[in-house]
Design a protein around this ligand. Structure first.
Ligand code: Z5A
Length: 215
């Protein structure tokens, strides 16, 4: 009989929120901070994460017209792919996975933003993420002007960023509604990078392994 694996299972933490709130920046900082605390961690982004999902990302963020249902299903198909190829193997090795977006993005963008039936959208997402439910989801939130300024500073655009203000307001309102309904923590991401990192760390700290008591 194989001996039990002594490594603890890693944790799967997802950062969520509208464009320009600072998710990518914070994913990097949290991965680095976990590493500095002796915890192996790897970043992933959705859509994307492995060669197949990155090819799908190009299709999703490209210009081809599509129906919202097809878009929601494709985001979920790529999610299933990376849960199998990246997330589950990392967690089994004891490595933490810090993700830039997951199911709440589909619910906020395709559900609240594009007006897809919310019960259907949530059910599709729940079915896929049941492969590996996140240990923690955190929503980063900033006011509209700050998000717009950060996007302008970064300087790239994709098809979602080109959608109108009404769409983006519905997305942000959708995130806040989901947070309220499901008890998901919302962090004010309007401060400095260091302040936002500290606020995320406070929420994440209960997941950290207990330190051995020194005698
Ligand atoms: N999408 C969807 O519709 N459905 C789904 O299911 C999924 C996704 C999974 C993916 O785009 C698109 O796919 C996304 C939703 C849709 N729509 N859009 N657009 P992406 O992956 O290319 O980009 P994003 O996820 O939207 O992220 P982003 O726009 O790159 O923003 P961010 O990651 O939240 O922010 P950032 O890149 O970390 O920071 C932006 C700039 O602000 C940058 O110059 C930073 O240096 C700066 N920054 C960051 N934090 C701070 C602080 N605290 N102070 C000052 N400046 C800061």
């Amino acid at each position: 009989m194989p001996s039990p694996d002594p490594r603890p299972r890693g944790r799967y933490v997802v950062l969520e929120g509208g464009e320009g709130v600072g998710k990518t920046t914070q994913v990097r900082r949290i991965v680095d901070r976990l590493g500095a605390n002796g915890i192996a961690a790897t970043p992933i982004r959705e859509p994307g994460g492995d060669p197949f999902a990155e090819a799908g990302r190009a299709l999703l963020l490209g210009d081809l017209d599509r129906e919202p249902e097809a878009e929601a299903l494709l985001f979920n198909a790529l999610r299933a792919q990376v849960l199998h190829t990246r997330v589950l193997p990392a967690l089994a090795q004891g490595t933490w996975v810090i993700a830039d977006r997951s199911r709440l993005s589909t619910i906020a963008y395709q559900g609240h933003g594009h007006g897809l039936d919310l019960a259907w959208t949530r059910a599709v997402c729940a079915s896929v993420t049941s492969l590996c439910p996140p240990d923690l989801e955190i929503i980063l939130h900033v006011d509209e002007a700050t998000a717009a300024q950060r996007r302008a500073d970064r300087g790239t655009t994709d098809r979602f960023e080109l959608l109108d203000h009404g769409f983006h307001r519905r997305v942000v309102a959708g995130y806040l509604a989901e947070a309220e309904e499901c008890g998901i923590p919302v962090i004010d991401a309007g401060g400095t990078e260091t302040e936002v990192e500290a606020a995320i760390w406070d929420v994440l700290e209960p997941l950290l392994p207990a330190r051995p008591v020194l005698r």
